[in-house]
Structures are given as structure tokens and as C-alpha cells.
Design a protein around this ligand. Structure first.
Ligand SMILES: Nc1ncnc2c1ncn2[C@@H]1O[C@H](COP(=O)(O)OP(=O)(O)OP(=O)(O)O)[C@@H](O)[C@H]1O
Ligand SMILES: [Mg+2]
Length: 583
């Protein structure tokens, strides 16, 4: 075992308790002498502790750390965490290739999931944040089976966690999945509130700052976590189950909601096994295979990156990403689509690289790219089209309100009618010339619940759906109401609302998967406003190295995170106190 230098400057009981747990008997009265003894030892061996998995800069080298191995390291590097390692392997690489590698070939969502598992180590190299994909679809379509295939790249069955256990122990899971993969099954089991907090934490890549024993605040742990998730509903709609909470556009482009339907009548699969008319057998074989042969492909991928050279790998993936993004312009140029395309481009690049490295020989060249393109198409159509999520939300909110209430809450403005309960406004004209005149308060509080009403009005106006007098700046206008015998300020919506959008929007009424954009969500880093339609919420920055260096003393409790600069733990200085170790 290794003893950290910092442990020799704190309470001797912490050190002796650790040694006692390892079986060393120490008389309590000799504790100070033991510490003194260790302090006077001159040790030449250097051990570098790191607080999380993934890429680190150690001694001017870029090193990838897993619990049992450090790729590219010139010295001993140990992962320092209390959380049990989820990694492990069984069988050799050829076994995995003949298992999951072969079973996923020709299955676009299978290839996508496994490519996402390879994309973890490339996130940092390509400068992307954590995030990933969520397979959404009805029961027994193969979501969990495909997620198990992804998990098998890095570890055993237990590598896949449930969303529930992760909300409770997110920090531990995240620091151990940094730059590899977090596989989260069954979104349904988590409470909406917990999910909101978990997704937010995953997105910002940082844990909670906690007080140390001396009352000062500890720098929170940081991570960069790639995710493969499954569930019957989308992450956004689960967050929105609690009507006061709205998912954010930033959340939606981080974990992309992909329908778990390859569109060929076999659920998440493109085809069943030869001679079978259902994909059930394939799903079961995938799970069995992931159970029997796992954990070898991820490390092989890392070794191949080191062997090729990190800089060369970076150049290759950047070229691949640019090509994918250039080709995906045909799907739309909205900012959110571009971000989703970039995320899928990295997944494609990872899958192609794994194929080039010979790790997935059963896949054909270009297969991962096709899988990612398919996912992008699916993502775009499931969110309702190629427009910004906010535009879709705005159009949908108004359209649904009219469809839902129709005449029951809109009185005729042309002639007085009997009293209408809970009036939302008036209706005027007929057919293509029909207008809906919304009472401003109803428009703001009911129609636009959870949305920024000014932004909704702007979106409607920009699309010619909301009319207002030419010379006015606001979005309301005076309309003559016969029953009142006077004019009333209203938001005036034309019948174009029904021509303005694909009917697919209505199909997703129950599943409000499109992002909302106001600052109503708690924990929101920043409120939306009318000028930032395509701008995503600002993500709080991870403490910088210079900021954390203000605590120059190694901290016995949280020392391991105190030199973290958010991207790399730079321990290149040999005189750094963290290098001193006693063996
Ligand atoms: N595409 C499919 N077609 C037919 N049967 C399938 C398909 N995918 C899975 N199954 C069957 O459903 C069982 C469960 O598969 P899996 O756990 O992957 O489904 P799931 O989509 O995650 O379902 P749930 O939403 O209930 O978790 C499998 O054992 C298999 O028998
Ligand atoms: Mg499942």
C-alpha cells in the first residue's frame, strides 16, 4: 500500500486506523512515533494518485487511468477513491469480438451503443463535454439488451447501473466513469426531482462542495461522463412529470433522446437472427454474451490510442467529426441540431476508429457512421422537426391549447353568446380566416406555462401566426368584442397555427420531450431570455488550477481534488507534494 504525504501531517489516528485495517497492530501510545518514523524515511519511488478515471497529465505525459491500469504512464499511477471499481474482464478480446462484436454487426442501434462506449475516451481529446444517448421506447424492444452490449466494452453485468442507484451515488459513479462510460438502465424508477438534479450534475460535471472538518469548503469533485441510458419515456418528459419543472434545451442536447426503434419491425434491432421471425432471441443472446465475455475491448481501444499516438488520434477524430458535421448539414442548421450532430459525430468517429484498430472486425467500414446518421435523423424527427426546440415548443403549446379547449373556452367575438365558464378568450371569423383572441393573462399563465411568453409570442409572430398592428412593439392588439361592446387587449392567433407545423408535434403531447427554456427550473444556472433562442444555458466553470492553488497545503480530506483543473490533473512538477509517497 501507499501512504500519502498529506496523511503524515494530519491526525495520526487517521493513518494508524488505515494501517490497522490492513492488519498492522499499533499501540495507541506509539502513534506519534510511527508518524515521525514515516516522515523521516527517504523514499525514491514515486506514486501519483489521481482522483478519477480518464485522462490526466502526469510528468508531461498524457495518461489514461483505470482502476487497475494506467495507459501511457511512465510511473506508478493509482486511482484514489473509496468507491468500488465497476470495471473487470472475462474472456479475451477475441471472445468479446465473437460475442458482442459479432452480434451488434448490422444492428444500427447496437453499433451506436457500442460506439458510444468507445467515444468516452475521445470526449476529452475532441474537447467535448460529458453526455451521450438515451434509448427511449416501449417495453421489450431491446433497450436494455443494447445498453448491456455497450457496458460489456468496459465491464461485467454490474457495470450497468440503474438510474435510481446513480441518483444516490452519482459522485462516486461519475468519478469512476470519467472518460469511459456510465450505463444507466430504466429511467422509470427514478423520481422526477432526483432525475433533474442528477442530469444537472452530470451536465455540469461537478459534484457538491462540502464542508471539511475544519468548516472550510472543499473543492467539489469534477468529472466528464459519457452516458448510455434507457427508459420508456424521454429524460425531458420524466423531468417534466413534476409540472413545475422544465427540462432545459441544454439537457436535451447533452443526452440525446433516440427512439429505440430501428424502424424495421424488430424493435431496437434491424433484423432478427437467421431463420427467426422475432428479435427476442438476438436480444437474449446479446445479454448472455455480455455476461460471459466483457471488459477487454475498452482497454484494447485505449492501448491502440496510445500506440497510434494521442496527437495523431486527435487529428484523425477531428477530421472525422468535421466530415460527419459537413454531411449532416442536410438535416438542418439550427444550433441545437449542430450540437447534436457533433455529439453523434464523435460517436461515429469512435466506432470507425475501433473498427480501424481491429477491435470490431465484424463491423464494416462506415457502419458506425451510418448508425450515427440514422440516430441523428431519428432524434430530429422525434423532437418534431429540424427547428429549434423552443420554436417547436412555442407552436405546440398554442396549438394544443386551442385543440384542447376549442369553443368551450373561446366565446364568439362577433356576437354575444351565453356565459362561458373560465374564459380563455374569444374566437372571430371562420375557416382560414378564423382568429383566436387570447386574454393576455391566460396566454401568459396557462398557454405558456413553463415557457417564456414573450418568446412564444415572438416565435408565433415571426412565423406569421400571431398578428399585431404594424407600428406596435408589443405582441398584443386591441380587438372589438361584441359581447362587451368594447375593445379588449388580446394576443391574436390566426388559423395559420394549424398549417405551421407538422402534425407529428401533436403525437408527442403526452411525451413533452421538447426542451423548455425559461428559468423556472430550480438549479438553473441562468434564466432564458428573449434574445437567446439558440443559446444554451451557461455551464458553471470548473474551478481552475490557479483558483484551487490558493489552498497550497495538501488537504488531508479532499486533497485529491484540489489540484484538479477540470480537464487534467497536472502533476508534472516532480516536487509536487502529492508525489511523495511512502511504500
Ligand atoms: N426487438 C425485440 N423483439 C422481440 N422481443 C424482444 C425484443 N427486444 C427484446 N425482446 C424481449 O424482451 C426481453 C427484454 O428485453 P430488454 O430488456 O432488452 O427490453 P427493454 O426494451 O429494455 O424493455 P423494458 O422497457 O421493459 O426494460 C428480452 O428477453 C426479449 O425476450
Ligand atoms: Mg429495459
Amino acid at each position: 500500500m501507499a501512504i500519502r504525504d498529506a496523511d503524515l501531517h494530519g491526525d495520526p489516528r487517521t493513518l494508524t486506523a488505515t494501517l490497522a485495517r490492513q492488519g498492522l497492530w499499533i499501540s495507541p501510545k506509539h502513534r506519534p512515533q510511527l508518524v515521525e518514523y514515516f516522515n523521516n524515511l527517504d523514499v525514491e519511488d514515486r506514486v501519483t494518485f489521481v482522483p478519477r478515471t480518464g485522462w490526466h497529465n502526469i510528468g508531461n505525459r498524457r495518461v489514461f487511468v483505470l482502476p487497475d491500469e494506467a495507459f501511457g504512464a511512465a510511473e506508478l499511477v493509482l486511482l484514489n477513491t473509496d468507491t468500488a471499481s465497476p470495471y473487470g474482464y472475462k474472456g479475451n478480446l477475441a471472445d468479446w469480438q465473437n460475442g458482442i462484436g459479432r452480434l451488434t454487426a448490422g444492428q444500427r442501434l447496437g453499433v451506436l451503443a457500442v460506439s458510444t462506449a468507445f467515444a468516452g475516451p475521445l470526449l476529452h481529446l475532441s474537447g467535448q463535454d460529458g453526455g451521450g444517448i438515451h434509448f427511449r421506447g416501449s417495453s421489450s424492444t431491446g433497450k436494455t439488451s443494447v445498453a448491456r452490449a455497450a457496458a460489456s466494452v468496459w465491464g461485467p453485468r454490474s457495470y450497468m447501473r440503474s438510474w435510481r442507484s446513480t441518483a444516490n451515488g452519482l459522485e462516486g459513479a461519475a468519478v469512476l466513469a470519467t472518460d469511459t462510460l456510465l450505463v444507466l438502465d430504466e429511467l422509470g424508477v427514478i423520481e422526477s426531482r432526483e432525475l433533474n438534479a442528477a442530469v444537472y450534475q452530470l451536465a455540469i460535471g461537478s459534484g457538491k462542495g462540502r464542508a471539511r472538518r475544519d468548516g472550510s469548503m472543499r473543492v467539489p469533485p469534477t468529472w466528464r461522463v459519457p452516458v448510455v441510458s434507457t427508459g420508456e419515456v424521454s429524460i425531458a418528459s420524466k423531468i417534466e412529470e413534476d409540472s413545475k419543472r422544465k427540462a432545459k434545451a441544454g439537457q436535451e442536447v447533452r443526452i440525446l433522446d433516440i427512439p429505440a426503434d430501428a424502424g424495421r419491425g424488430y424493435g431496437a434491432f434491424d433484423s432478427p437472427r437467421a431463420g427467426e421471425d422475432s428479435a427476442a432471441g438476438l436480444a437474449d443472446e446479446m445479454v448472455r454474451s455480455a455476461e460471459e465475455r466483457y471488459g477487454t475491448a475498452g482497454p484494447a481501444f485505449l492501448q491502440a490510442i496510445i500506440d497510434r499516438g494521442i496527437d495523431k488520434t486527435i487529428d484523425d477524430i477531428n477530421t472525422s467529426i468535421e466530415t460527419f458535421c459537413a454531411n449532416s448539414v442536410k438535416f438542418g442548421t439550427d444550433g441545437q441540431i449542430r450540437r447534436a450532430a457533433r455529439r453523434l459525430a464523435l460517436i461515429a468517429a469512435a466506432g470507425e476508429l475501433a473498427h480501424e484498430f481491429g477491435i470490431v472486425p465484424h463491423w464494416s467500414q462506415g457502419e458506425a457512421t451510418q448508425a450515427a446518421e440514422f440516430a441523428l435523423q431519428q432524434w430530429i424527427s422525434s423532437r418534431g422537426g429540424g427547428e429549434a426546440a423552443e420554436v417547436i415548443s412555442a407552436l405546440r403549446a398554442v396549438k394544443l391549447f386551442i385543440e384542447k379547449y376549442g369553443d368551450s373556452r373561446f366565446e364568439s367575438a362577433d356576437y354575444p353568446e351565453g356565459k362561458i365558464l373560465n374564459r380563455a378568450g374569444w374566437r372571430k371569423g371562420k375557416g382560414d380566416d378564423q382568429l383566436w383572441l387570447f386574454l393576455p393573462e391566460v396566454f401568459k399563465t396557462e398557454v405558456c406555462a413553463g415557457l417564456d411568453s414573450t418568446l412564444v409570442a415572438k416565435v408565433l409572430h415571426d412565423r406569421g401566426v400571431l398578428i399585431r398592428p404594424e407600428n406596435e412593439r408589443g405582441y398584443q392588439m386591441n380587438q372589438w368584442i361584441a359581447g362587451l361592446n368594447r375593445s379588449h387587449r388580446t394576443y391574436t392567433v390566426t388559423a395559420r397555427i394549424f398549417a405551421s407545423h407538422d402534425d407529428k408535434v401533436l403525437e408527442v403531447l403526452e411525451v413533452l420531450e421538447c426542451a423548455r427554456f425559461t428559468g423556472t427550473s430550480e438549479n438553473a444556472p441562468e434564466s432564458g431570455n428573449t434574445s437567446n433562442i439558440n443559446v444554451l444555458p451557461t455551464i458553471p466553470t470548473i474551478p481552475t488550477e490557479s483558483a484551487s492553488k490558493t489552498t497550497s497545503e495538501p488537504d488531508p480530506d479532499g486533497w485529491s481534488f484540489n489540484t484538479e483543473d477540470g480537464d487534467d490533473l497536472d502533476l508534472s512538477d516532480p516536487a509536487h507534494p502529492l508525489h511523495r509517497a511512502q511504500q
